[in-house]
Design a binder for this molecule. Structure first.
Ligand code: ATP
Length: 354
């Protein structure tokens, strides 16, 4: 049985998965449209792989349902879902040539040779392995082996391609190259790709939409640009590189613009999540935090360390309230120097305090 190739969307409706007392997935509800590339992003243990495995059928769900258009698929066995899967370890058969590895899924599905052969050749061309197809996996580089795994996944013409950290075993340069390849392959297929990663750069560069998970639940869903600029919660902000967190009190507010008092000085920011009390936490990226004039709005700190990084310096400082802050500087400041650090107000994201 093959699933409709003309499907419009995949829907997770209240999908949960428990392992004993651990709620690995909590009530995941999400619609993914055909053609979309979605990244599941989050720290280790947040439930990314569990979500992927439930969609793939490798794990049963505890509650909820998974629909491909109007068809319920979470009750179908893995092989009947017909999804392409790519994992961190390529799991290729070492004694089979690239061509045979790629054709294996079609053979298992009983597709006749004359129908399978052109599909295998097309998959080989899509991943650009034309000149390597006669080789054994052991004769290929890590990147090439991962391409074989991708070709094997796409040869069956799947409605969904599921990838679980497929680039983690590759070196940094290959990872970058393969990102481009994966994006290109996804576009040429027009299917849905769901890509699990804990690497925010990978998610930002690959996905049309990012789903941030934490403790098994969705924290935020959005386009990469939205997530990067406007994380909805402090933990998402921290995950997206807003490494500085500054504790303050709300001093004045006008719409979503807010002034915080931090140890007697003022910091201007933008409210991201409804403030419930008068304490707040500001989150700022190190690259947006810079030394400012002593009479400008900002936070008084003492420099603890500074290092040269080519075009500028990267510094570490401590505020009067004990917050550790990272900043960028045009000048080499001496450890022990007093410096006021500030940022453009729209770069200072404000969340409710503890
Ligand atoms: P990582 O990035 O480390 O792979 P992840 O985000 O993919 O993490 P999952 O592997 O989905 O996270 O795990 C989610 C939670 O479910 C964790 O608390 C994990 O310990 C638990 N878990 C996962 N698989 C099992 C299992 N087979 N039995 C018991 N608990 C499990």
């Amino acid at each position: 049985m093959t699933l409709l190739s003309s499907f419009k969307s995949l829907r997770l409706e209240g999908v949960s998965r428990d392992f004993g007392v651990v709620n690995a997935l909590r009530d995941l509800t999400l619609e993914i449209k055909r053609g979309e590339f979605v990244a599941l992003l989050g720290p280790s243990g947040c439930g990314k792989s569990t979500a992927l495995n439930c969609i793939a059928g490798l794990l049963p769900t505890t509650r909820g349902q998974i629909m491909l258009d109007d068809r319920r698929i979470d009750t179908l066995p893995t092989e009947d879902r017909g999804f392409g899967m790519v994992f961190q370890n390529y799991a290729l058969f070492p004694h089979m040539t690239v061509r045979n590895n790629i054709g294996f899924g079609l053979k298992m599905r009983g597709i006749p040779k004359n129908e399978a052969a052109p599909r295998v050749e097309e998959a080989i061309r899509t991943v650009r392995l034309d000149t390597q197809a006669h080789k054994l996996p052991g004769q290929l580089s890590g990147g090439q082996q991962q391409r074989v795994a991708i070709a094997r996944a796409i040869a069956i013409d799947p409605p969904l391609v599921l990838m679980d950290e497929p680039l983690s075993n590759l070196d940094a340069k290959l990872r970058l190259e393969m990102r481009q390849e994966i994006r290109r392959i996804h576009q040429s297929l027009g299917c849905i790709t769901i890509y699990v990663t804990h690497d925010q750069d990978e998610a930002l560069s690959l996905a049309d939409r990012i789903v941030v998970l934490r403790d098994g639940a969705i924290r935020q869903v959005g386009a990469p640009e939205d997530l990067y600029a406007r994380p909805a919660h402090l933990d998402v902000a921290e995950f997206m590189g807003f490494r500085n967190r500054i504790n303050g009190r709300v001093q004045a507010r006008d719409g979503n613009r807010v002034q915080l008092t931090v140890a007697g000085t003022t910091l201007d920011g933008v409210v991201q999540e409804a403030l419930t009390g008068d304490t707040a936490i500001a989150a700022v990226r190190p690259d947006d935090m810079v030394p400012v004039a002593p009479d400008a709005h900002g936070i008084d700190t003492v420099v603890e360390a500074i290092e040269y990084r080519g075009r500028d310096f990267f510094g570490q400082a401590r505020s009067k309230t004990g917050d550790e802050l990272f900043f960028r500087s045009e000048q080499r400041l001496a450890p022990g120097a007093a410096v006021r650090l500030g940022a453009e107000p729209h770069r200072v994201l404000v969340y409710p305090g503890a």
